[in-house]
Ligand binder design. Structure first.
Ligand SMILES: [Zn+2]
Ligand SMILES: [Zn+2]
Length: 345
């Protein structure tokens, strides 16, 4: 099969013909119809800042397609089913996996990073990672449910416990954060403030339901601006990974507020006024990927017209154009949200 392959040490993908293994029991062979290009693919492929655990690797963790072959013992799916594949991989048998909280599994991994992903004509994977995708959701929009939409959903709904009417701040409005805005809106947030360093991303945020935006400049003291603009922030979700924004924002948080860290940064997080946090019972929590609830619940929200992903698809391209669109995403040419690869083109 044709695949976009990353050899260790390379800084670009090569289109190659690679062998397709046979389908083992409990596995399903999927003909890939769409696979999203994520920011983490930029770190893996262009920068080498993230590493795959096998080589050469086939990236791609936002995959949708059609079931083409069933391994022994697969009963939940049939040939011809439209499916979306979870981005997170896990052991499948620990207590967390058994209770549907796979993103807490000690063996948590990411499709593409620790086993072949969707930048290929076919994907062979265990059936426990699959979700049925209704006919009315296009493959490209279905694919991005796997990460760009489900990761912020988990962060805002389950780690952030958003309640209707609350004031929400989303920092970082790229491919994930922008859907954080859409989800906050869908779940009934009263006021949504989007924060970014990029004007184009803030324009996107307004069109996804942000009530107002803050352009972060070099000297912006985010906490001060938030205090001026709100009566207190109930939920702050960070997709940027820059901890200085978090430190500055703590004093703008409401009593019982929640700060959810999603963006992965390398800097230290210092709590300038611990008593403020203690006395107001402000919670700081992490959020990683999503669990078994996210994709089915997002499909319900989609079918109820509570989220619209039409504008999230910035273009659908050939596998051969993968390198070009990795660069286009990195350079933010034309404010892209998600570029999709379709190996059938
Ligand atoms: Zn991703
Ligand atoms: Zn597990």
């Amino acid at each position: 099969m044709k695949a976009a392959v990353l050899h260790s040490g390379d800084r670009s993908l090569k289109i190659e013909n690679i062998s397709l293994p046979s389908v083992l029991p409990k596995q399903v062979k999927i003909k890939v119809k769409a696979c999203g290009i994520c920011g983490s693919d930029i770190h893996l492929i262009l920068h080498g800042k993230m590493k795959a655990s096998y080589s050469p690797c086939v990236p791609g963790h936002e995959t949708s397609g059609v079931v083409e072959e069933l391994g022994e013992g697969v009963t939940k799916f049939k040939v011809g089913d439209r499916v979306v594949v979870s981005a997170g991989t896990s052991c499948g048998h620990c207590a967390f996996c058994q209770s549907g909280r796979e993103n807490l599994c000690e063996e948590i991994g990411v499709l593409g990073f620790n086993q072949r992903g969707g930048f290929a004509e076919y994907l062979i994977i265990e059936d426990r990672y699959l979700h049925l995708l209704p006919e009315s959701i296009p493959f490209a929009q279905g694919a991005i449910l796997a990460d760009a939409v489900s990761t912020p959903y988990h962060a805002i709904k389950y780690q952030g416990n958003l309640k209707a009417g609350e004031t929400v701040v989303i920092i970082g409005c790229g491919g994930l954060g922008i859907h954080g805005v859409a989800i906050a809106k869908a779940l009934g947030a009263g006021h949504i403030i989007a924060v970014d360093i990029d004007r184009g991303s803030l324009e996107n945020a307004l069109s996804y339901g942000a009530s107002e935006v803050i352009l972060l400049e070099k000297n912006t003291q985010l906490g001060k601006v938030l205090k001026e603009k709100t009566k207190g922030v109930d939920l702050l979700a960070d997709f940027s990974g820059f901890m200085t924004n978090i430190e500055s924002s703590i004093r703008a948080m409401n009593r019982g507020g929640r700060i959810v860290l999603v963006g992965i940064g390398r800097s230290k997080l210092e709590i300038p006024m611990p008593f403020f946090l203690i006395e107001r019972q402000i919670r700081i929590t992490g959020s990683y990927g999503s669990d078994s609830r996210a994709i089915p619940e997002l499909i319900e929200l989609y079918l109820a017209h509570k989220i619209d992903l039409t504008k999230s698809i910035s273009g659908i391209h050939k596998l051969e154009e993968a390198n070009e669109y990795l660069h286009a995403l990195e350079e933010k040419n034309g404010n892209p949200i998600r570029f999709i690869l379709n190996p059938e083109l």
